[in-house]
Write a protein that binds this ligand. Structure first.
Ligand code: TYM
Length: 342
C-alpha cells in the first residue's frame, strides 16, 4: 500500500495551556481554516492530555480548553465542516499511544529537542508523560490515518518521529497499515518570533507578556505591543535579501504578510524604504483589523459554555467513529484477543 491509497485527511492539535497567541494563530489556526474545504476531511483537536505533561491547575485547564475551542470557532473553524473536539474525550488516542510507546525507542525520545528544552537539567524530575509526549502525538495523528498535518516549524521533529513510528510499526508487523504522514509547514509565519527578541520563538511560556500578542488582547494592547516591539534603526528593504541578519525586521514583515495573506516579497514591494515609525502603525492597524473580530467572537462564545461543551462532545463522537476501528485493527495486527468484537 502506498501513501496515495489513504484517503486524504488533515489532523492537527493545539495545547489548551495558557493563552492562544499570534504564533499559534498564524503558524497553525489560520492555516487550519484555510485547509477546511470539500477536498479533505479536517480533524482538529484540543490536546488536553498533552497539556498535563506539565502541571495544570484543573480549573484553568477546563477554562483554557473551552477558550481554545472558542478560538477555533471564532477564527473560522466550522464544527459542521471540521471535526472539533478535545483529546481526552476520545480514549483511542491514549490507547494507541501505549502501543506506540512499545514501538518507539528510548533513544528516539531522548533526541527530541522539546524534551531537552522542557525537562532541561532536571530530567529526573520531569514527568514520564513529558518524555512520552511525542508518542501520544503520533497516536493523535495516526489514529485517524491522517495524511497531512499543518503545524508551525517547531513541531517538525515530532512529525519526523511520527513517520519513524509508522514506518517501524509497519515493518515490525509486516503490514502497510499506517500512512507516512506529510508535515505541512507553509506560509510566511511558520515561526513567529518574540516581539522583544527576534532570536526567540513567540511562546506562551515567555515570562514577558510584551513578547507576544494574545488572541484575547484588546486593540490598545495590540497596538502598544507592536509600537514597543524591538526593531533596528534602518529602513525596510525592498527585497527579501535585505532582511538577512535583521531578525526583528524579518519577524514584523512576516507577521504583516501572514495577516494580510501576502508573500513577503509583495509586502516589501509596498513598504520597502519606510522607517519602522511608519510601518509599525500600519502593522498595528492590520493586526487590530484582523484579530479584534476574533477576540470579540471568542468572548461572546465564552458566554455560552454549554454550547461549547455540546460542540466538543459532538465532535468527539464523530472523531471516535474514525478512531475506534483504526485502533481495533491495530490491536488485531498486534495480536490482542477479542480486538475484532468491539
Ligand atoms: P502547541 O500547542 O505548542 O502549538 C500549537 C500550534 O501552534 C504552532 N506554533 C507556532 N507557529 C509559529 N510560530 C510560533 N511562535 C508558534 N508557536 C506555536 C505550533 O507549531 C503548533 O502547530 N505538540 C503540539 C500539539 C499537538 C499536535 C498533535 C500537533 C499534539 N498532538 C498532533 C499536530 C498533530 C504542540 O505542543 O503545539
Amino acid at each position: 500500500m502506498t501513501e496515495t491509497q489513504f484517503t486524504p485527511r488533515v489532523f492537527s492539535g493545539i495545547q489548551p495551556s495558557g493563552n492562544l497567541h499570534l504564533g499559534n494563530y498564524l503558524g497553525a489556526l489560520k492555516r487550519f481554516v484555510d485547509m477546511q474545504g470539500p477536498d479533505m476531511e479536517t480533524v482538529y483537536c484540543m490536546v488536553d492530555l498533552h497539556a498535563i505533561t506539565v502541571w495544570q491547575d484543573p480549573k484553568e485547564l477546563a477554562h483554557s480548553t473551552r477558550e481554545l475551542c472558542a478560538g477555533f470557532i471564532a477564527a473560522g473553524i466550522d464544527p459542521e465542516r471540521s471535526i472539533l473536539f478535545n483529546q481526552s474525550q476520545v480514549p483511542e488516542h491514549a490507547q494507541l499511544a501505549w502501543v506506540f510507546n512499545c514501538v518507539a525507542r528510548m533513544g528516539w525520545m531522548q533526541r527530541m529537542t522539546q524534551w531537552k528544552d522542557k525537562a532541561g537539567k532536571n530530567q529526573q524530575n520531569a514527568s514520564l508523560g513529558l518524555f512520552a509526549y511525542p508518542s501520544l502525538m503520533a497516536a493523535d495523528i495516526l489514529t485517524y490515518h491522517a495524511t497531512h498535518v499543518p503545524v508551525g516549524d517547531d513541531q517538525k521533529q515530532h512529525l519526523e518521529l511520527t513517520r519513524d513510528i509508522a514506518i517501524k510499526f509497519n515493518k515490525d508487523f509486516g503490514v502497510d497499515f499506517f500512512p507516512i504522514t506529510e508535515p505541512v509547514i507553509e506560509g510566511a509565519a511558520t515561526r513567529v518570533m518574540s516581539l522583544r527578541d527576534g532570536s526567540k520563538k513567540m511562546s506562551k511560556s515567555d515570562p514577558s507578556d510584551m513578547s507576544r500578542i494574545n488572541m484575547t488582547d484588546d486593540a490598545d494592547t495590540i497596538a502598544r505591543k507592536i509600537r514597543k516591539a524591538k526593531t533596528d534603526p534602518d529602513a525596510l528593504p525592498s527585497e527579501t535579501g535585505g532582511l538577512e541578519d535583521r531578525p526583528e525586521a524579518r519577524n514584523l514583515v512576516n507577521i504583516y504578510a501572514a495577516l494580510n495573506d501576502q508573500t513577503v516579497e509583495q509586502v516589501l514591494a509596498d513598504v520597502g524604504g519606510k522607517q519602522f515609525g511608519e510601518f509599525k502603525p500600519m502593522l498595528a492597524e492590520l493586526a487590530v483589523a484582523k484579530l479584534s473580530p476574533i477576540s470579540s467572537e471568542m468572548a461572546r462564545l465564552m458566554g455560552e459554555e454549554a454550547e461549547i461543551d455540546r460542540i466538543l462532545a459532538r465532535g468527539a463522537e464523530k472523531a471516535r467513529a474514525i478512531a475506534a476501528p483504526i485502533l481495533q485493527q491495530t490491536y488485531e495486527i498486534v495480536g490482542m484477543v477479542g480486538a475484532g468484537k468491539a
